[in-house]
Design a protein around this ligand. Structure first.
Ligand SMILES: *Cc1c(COP(=O)(O)O)cnc(C)c1O
Length: 383
């Protein structure tokens, strides 16, 4: 990778592969075959990938809408020049209403109090407050109970400052589309949408599919799908592998800031949880730590790639740095590292690869959290 693309002030960074992101968006567009619209979920700074930059690419590749988790995430996208519709996937507090209207960001709605306050402010601003109704179908997180959707709509839709732009729900078990829990949520959502339509209420854009539901259940796409993790080239679950071709978008790399050969018995890092077993072990420092998303629980358990080979991380991971040990074994020589050499924390190096999934398994979490965490502080380089 060209030197000029690397951050000037720090030897640890995240690489974002624009081409892979574009390919992934198009792979999902092909799955939809142009029938349904695509909402790209870019909450948490696009799962750590940098929302403003990712949205530009997604917009070019055919996104129809963006979904964020917070109002400020939406405001940032508007300030970055994003013009497509933006939906906040939860109902914000009343204090967020002026920002929503000023920046033309749609809230999710499920309380009468918020809806009417939003409508009032919209009238005062000489506009109409478009909203998406969240329907609670079984996840027990947010939304109007599915059996009360018609009544709720009647209680707010009289307001001339409100317009329903969409109706949605969210699945708790979309990775198991044959399961009873998923089927029940689908059935409840179907019934709520039908009841509203029967009552003459316009539902706007109807949507419920996250990445796994989009991949597994084409019959549930409705008018739009909400794809998140898949856009970033990560599988929502093992069973999705083979159903769609995706390319990982994020890699994490660092350069060696120090390489030494401490004496046998010397400790490494806080608490000396690793001691140098032989004099021939080289200890290399990398300027990336748990405040960059490299979870401390990985200490002494993870590996990084150096010149296409796996080497062990050793000692407790610090807030901003960590150490790795380079130790040749008979029949498995690893070249000595030098100041400035590149190591790969996540991604490919030669024939070797460390995936978000590998790291997630080591941490006892999911790839979503691993990617988000790397977005915290590391500078992003867009290739
Ligand atoms: C995060 C989220 C999504 C996207 O989920 P993925 O599994 O990343 O595709 C869709 N809808 C809602 C409501 C969400 O919170």
């Amino acid at each position: 990778m060209p030197q000029s693309k690397q951050p000037q002030t720090r030897w640890a960074w995240v690489e974002i592969d624009r081409g892979a992101l574009r390919k992934n968006v198009r792979a999902f567009k092909r799955l939809l075959r142009g029938r349904e619209r695509m909402c790209c979920v870019v909450k948490a700074d696009a799962y750590g990938h940098g929302a403003a930059e990712c949205c530009q690419i997604m917009q070019q590749a055919g996104a129809d809408m963006f979904a964020v988790a917070t109002v400020l995430e939406g405001v940032k996208l508007r300030e970055a020049g994003i013009t497509l519709p933006i939906l906040v996937l939860a109902e914000p507090p009343l204090g967020a209403i002026p920002a929503l209207l000023e920046h033309n960001i749609m809230p999710t709605v499920y309380t009468v109090e918020f809806a009417l306050a939003y409508g009032e402010c919209a009238v005062q601003a000489g506009t109409v407050g478009r909203y998406h109704l969240a329907v609670e179908t079984g996840m027990n997180r947010i939304g109007v109970p599915c059996t009360e959707a018609v009544e709720f709509r009647r209680g707010i839709d009289f307001h001339r400052g409100l317009a329903c732009d969409g109706v949605f729900t969210h699945f708790a078990t979309a990775d198991d589309p044959d399961g009873w829990d998923y089927q029940l949520q689908r059935k409840r959502f179907d019934e709520a949408v039908r009841a509203m339509r029967d009552a003459g209420l316009d539902c706007g854009t109807v949507h419920c599919d996250n990445t796994p539901a989009t991949i597994f259940d084409p019959a549930s796409h409705y008018d739009m799908v909400r794809v998140g993790i898949g856009l970033y080239g990560l599988m929502p679950c093992e069973s999705a592998r083979g159903r769609i071709e995706l390319e990982p978008v994020m890699s994490v790399r660092a350069r060696v800031t120090r390489a030494t050969q401490p004496a046998m018995g010397e400790g490494v890092g806080y608490g000396f949880t690793y001691r140098v077993p032989r004099t021939t072990v080289q200890i290399c420092t990398l300027p990336i730590g748990y405040a960059d998303g490299l979870a401390r629980v990985l200490s002494n358990r993870m590996e990084v790639l150096y010149r296409g080979q796996r080497v062990r991380q050793v000692g407790n991971i610090c807030m901003d740095q960590c150490m790795v040990a380079i130790q040749s074994t008979p029949g498995h020589p690893v070249p000595e590292a030098e100041y400035g050499d590149i190591m790969t924390i996540v991604g490919r190096d030669g024939g070797a690869e460390i995936t978000m999934d590998e790291m997630a398994a080591l941490r006892g979490t999911i790839n979503y959290e691993v990617a988000c965490n790397f977005g915290m502080r590391l500078e992003k380089v867009y290739l």
